[in-house]
Design a protein around this ligand. Sequence first.
Ligand SMILES: NC(=O)c1ccc[n+]([C@@H]2O[C@H](COP(=O)([O-])OP(=O)(O)OC[C@H]3O[C@@H](n4cnc5c(N)ncnc54)[C@H](O)[C@@H]3O)[C@@H](O)[C@H]2O)c1
Length: 342
Amino acid sequence: MRRPYRFAVIGCGFFAQNHLNAWADMPEVELVATCDIDQTCTEAAAATFGGKAYTDAALLLKEQELDFVDIVTTPPTHRMMVELAAEAGVAAICQKPLAWDMNDAKAMVSAMDSRGLPFMVHENFRFQYPMRRVKQVVDSGAIGRPFFARISFRSDFDVYANQPWCKDAERMIIADVSVHQFDLTRFFLGEPTRLFTEAIRVNPEIRGEDAATILLKLPDATCIVDTSYESRSDHSTYPQTFVTIEGTEGTVTLGPDYHLQVVSPTGVTEEDLVIPAHDWASQPWDCIQDSVVNVQRHWIECLDTGRTPETSGADTLHVLDLTLGAYESLETGEPYIVGSRL
Ligand SMILES: NC(=O)c1ccc[n+]([C@@H]2O[C@H](COP(=O)([O-])OP(=O)(O)OC[C@H]3O[C@@H](n4cnc5c(N)ncnc54)[C@H](O)[C@@H]3O)[C@@H](O)[C@H]2O)c1
């Protein structure tokens, strides 16, 4: 593979616009094609960002010589797209959640691994600038050994306007948001060993759960992951994630509006983090949009160096195990022993 890496974006809907804008700023890549079953979407993307517009991913992979595909369709088509890429000998990034089912996810990882193809999941929350800063604090030892964390995502933002599929999804906020929080738990603290879930539906017009709390046990720590799309507050903080990590020597807190506080034996530091700006980004999405840029830069660095992506397909099986385990716990009313599906 040589720069500029030739690639295609498959799925040109709501979130793909962030991918397309972020790629457009990167000279390391060349957009060769776009693809969406909705002809208007693929043609609009190609007209704005370049490349040939396709409505059939198989045809695209047959006709074009690519280095990788960026899959931004919704989960039911992820396995099919990854397997098409594998058969064509093309590396892939795939949006989260990787799959609804562990068998599908394992099949995707195996299809790519058996051909030695780089495979990354677009798990972007750990690539948010504020999360990288929290991680730096934890890794610096400033708060000592972490023993408690809370990772919280709550708002009453109307997510259904941009993501109508969330209304009909039988499994909703845990699959949509907690999946990211589980990855953050692992990023900050390591692998959980056990979890327990409580969740409810507050909005009567949707099918799945829209408020969930998951308690995770780690070897030396406890973590609470909580999320809701029905939480009113004095001002909207969507789509911010709040983090508190308590350690044996201090506490790091990422609060509303990206306020970072570190309490350590050397004192208290406070900082209002400034999210890196991009001319295509817009409020309130700027932090998420910047994280898309960071994911894509990480992918290019991995292609350049041969390094395994932080959120490789194989690594993401752990996140899926936590996500499916959270639903199993909800259904059984019992704790889930993490790793049972791996
Ligand atoms: N990481 C994040 O912060 C974040 C945020 C939002 C969405 N997402 C993820 O991004 C993915 C896409 O979500 P979205 O909200 O953009 O959905 P969307 O429905 O707006 O876009 C998906 C697009 O895929 C197209 N598509 C479906 N089947 C196809 C096929 N067989 N071939 C080609 N195109 C096909 C659809 O026509 C649609 O345009 C999901 O996996 C979602 O979880 C991630």
